[in-house]
Design a binder for this molecule. Structure first.
Ligand SMILES: [Zn+2]
Length: 273
């Protein structure tokens, strides 16, 4: 999608649907809001109210809107029906049922992903998670198990938190689903995916994941929503999906904040875990 089209789509969004307000009940937060001027989530521009984006960042946010491919969530140029599959999905159907993402991995969306993951800006998880809840509303329910893509514990030590887990926590709270951060484990410390080809990525993550034996019965016949911050080639979520289904999950849908545009290599490799 071109920047111009993305900007137009951003303008067309129903702003009320995505109104960003923080979790209620924090008196401290209310005091801070009063004392500190509010700033755009992406840049330093002052904004008038709430946790949101300034007009410039809003318009550079490449939101994905319907119509999309039923399986891969990639945008269609024109409407071809509610459950239409893209040629890519027909040629190689994914392991998971559906993928939905808030935005393409470029512009303001890319900045938010990188800020959450590498700059430790944990406060972004609230608004990003609420956007994701909107993007995944067709499959999120209170019966869903919300499972983040895990980090290896050594990487968790250096990053301090798993960006997918903090997003999953917000999504579970918003949709009433069950947050299950301990279900899926990363047992192998995989190489950084940066610079690897699709085939190398698949090899890199093969057998990297396992299901916690003590929690495996939770999976039986359940609907899983797998959460990650960004989807690039899909090798990570495919490996997780295979592991979850082999352990008894009935179905797996995937929800990410950003989706690397499959039609061009947008430098998404820079953000892979
Ligand atoms: Zn801004």
């Amino acid at each position: 999608m071109s920047g111009g089209v993305a900007a137009t789509r951003g303008k067309q969004l129903n702003l009320k649907r995505y109104k960003l307000t923080d979790a209620p009940g924090s008196a401290g937060r209310a005091v801070l809001d009063f004392l500190l001027p509010k700033r755009c989530l992406c840049c330093d521009t002052l904004v008038s109210s709430g946790d949101g984006l300034c007009p410039t960042c809003w318009h550079s946010m490449p939101f994905i809107e319907k119509p999309v491919c039923y399986r891969l969530g990639t945008p269609f140029a024109y409407d071809v029906g509610e459950e239409a599959w893209s040629p890519r999905a027909i040629a190689a159907p994914p392991e998971f049922e559906r993928l939905r993402s808030v935005a393409l991995y470029e512009g303001a969306a890319q900045n938010l992903v990188l800020a959450l993951k590498f700059a430790g800006r944990r406060e972004l998880a609230g608004p990003m998670g609420r956007w994701m809840t909107g993007a995944g509303r067709e499959f999120l329910s209170k019966d869903s198990l919300i499972v983040p893509v895990p980090l290896h514990w050594l990487r968790l030590l250096s990053r301090r938190f798993n960006q997918s887990a903090v997003l999953a926590q917000v999504i579970a709270r918003e949709c009433g689903g069950v947050y299950e951060p301990e279900l899926l484990k990363r047992r192998k410390r995989t190489r950084q995916q940066v610079g690897l080809s699709a085939r190398e990525r698949q090899k890199n993550v093969r057998s990297a994941f396992s299901v916690d034996k003590n929690r495996a019965e939770l999976l039986n016949g359940r609907h899983i929503v797998l959460i990650d911050d960004v989807m690039t080639t899909g090798s990570t979520v495919t490996a997780c999906t295979k592991t979850l289904k082999a352990a008894g999950a009935a179905s797996v849908d995937v929800l990410t904040f950003a989706l690397a545009d499959p039609s061009h290599d947008s430098g998404a490799n820079t953000a892979m875990p």
